[in-house]
Unconditional design. Structure first.
Length: 276
C-alpha cells in the first residue's frame, strides 16, 4: 500500500494507535499523510513523540491516551504542551505500565488486567473511569483494573517487512508495536526495507520477528519513513530537524509556515530531500 491508501482506510473519530517511542521509530510518513488529509476528531494512543505533537498542532486530535509525549532531546513535546495548556485536547493520562497492560488486555481479548500500578496515585483523580477490583482469592487484595484499550487502527514502523506483514525490528527495542497491532481491528506496517520472507528470516534474528502477518492489514515500503525520528541501525534521529520543528510552537504563524514546507510536494519529494 501507499501512505495515502492507508489513510483512505481511516475515518474521523477513530481511535488510532501509533507505534514507536518518543523520537524513536515513529511511522512518520503515514503521519504526514494524515496531516495532509481531512481526518479529525481522532483519539490517539501512543508513547508519544513528534507524531503526537504534529497531529495536535494540526487540530487532528480530540483525545490523547498516553504515558508521556517527548521528543527525547526535547523532554516535553512543545506542540503537545501547547495543546494541553490551551485545553485543545482531552487527555486520559496513564502510567507507562498501565498503557502496556491496557494494550495487552485488548490483545488477549479480556476486559481488563489487574495490577498494583497506580494505587495511591492521582491517576484516579484525573481519570474517573479507572476502577479497582478485589482479588477473588484468600488475600482479598484491592488492585487496579486496567481496562482493555481497543484500537480501530494501529500504524507502526519497522526496519524490515515482507509483503504480508511479517516484520522485524533491528534496533534495541520493539516499543510494544506488536501489542498495538494485536489490540487493533486494522494494522498497518511501514518499513525501511521491503524484503522477501526468505531474506527476512536470514537477516533478522528470530527474537526480532515479533510482528505477525495475522495482525497486519497492509504494508508500506517507506525508506526513511521514520524521519525525523530514529530507526537504528538504518538511520539516527535528526535532532537539527526536531529543533526547527520545536521552534514552530512559538506562535505567530510559525506552525503554519513549518507545516506548509513540511508537507510540500509528494512523499517521494520528501524522501528525496531527506536523502540528499
Amino acid at each position: 500500500m501507499t501512505e495515502d491508501e492507508v489513510v483512505s482506510r481511516l475515518e474521523s473519530g477513530m481511535t488510532i494507535g501509533i507505534g514507536g517511542w518518543a523520537a524513536r521509530r515513529k511511522p512518520m510518513s503515514i503521519v504526514r499523510a494524515i496531516l495532509r488529509s481531512d481526518l479529525d476528531d481522532l483519539t490517539i494512543a501512543a508513547y508519544g513523540g513528534p507524531d503526537v505533537g504534529m497531529l495536535c498542532a494540526a487540530g487532528k486530535v480530540s483525545t490523547l491516551i498516553s504515558a508521556f509525549v517527548s521528543d527525547d532531546s526535547i523532554p516535553l513535546e512543545p506542540h503537545y504542551r501547547v495543546a494541553r495548556q490551551s485545553g485543545a485536547v482531552h487527555e486520559r493520562p496513564m502510567d507507562e505500565g498501565l498503557f502496556l497492560l491496557a494494550l495487552q488486555a485488548a490483545a488477549w481479548r479480556v476486559p481488563f488486567l489487574p495490577t498494583r500500578v497506580g494505587l495511591g496515585s492521582d491517576l484516579f483523580r484525573d481519570d474517573p473511569t479507572l476502577k479497582t477490583v478485589t482479588s477473588p482469592y484468600d488475600d482479598g487484595e484491592e488492585l487496579v483494573a486496567v481496562p482493555a484499550l481497543h484500537l480501530d487502527a494501529a500504524i507502526v514502523h519497522l526496519n524490515r517487512s515482507d509483503e504480508r506483514g511479517n516484520a522485524a525490528f533491528l534496533g534495541p527495542d520493539l516499543y510494544f508495536d506488536d501489542l498495538l497491532l494485536e489490540a487493533s481491528a486494522m494494522g498497518f506496517v511501514s518499513c525501511e526495507q521491503l524484503v522477501s520472507t526468505h531474506d527476512l528470516a536470514d537477516e533478522a534474528p528470530l527474537h526480532t520477528r515479533r510482528t505477525n502477518r495475522m495482525f497486519v492489514t497492509g504494508v508500506v515500503d517507506a525508506p526513511n519513513g521514520a524521519h525525523p525520528t530514529s530507526c537504528v541501525p538504518d538511520h539516527d534521529v535528526d535532532d537539527a530537524f526536531l529543533r526547527t520543528y520545536a521552534s514552530s510552537a512559538k506562535g505567530d504563524g510559525a506552525w503554519e509556515a513549518f507545516v506548509s514546507a513540511y508537507l510540500a510536494g509528494s512523499e517521494a519529494d520528501y524522501q528525496k530531500a531527506v536523502t540528499s
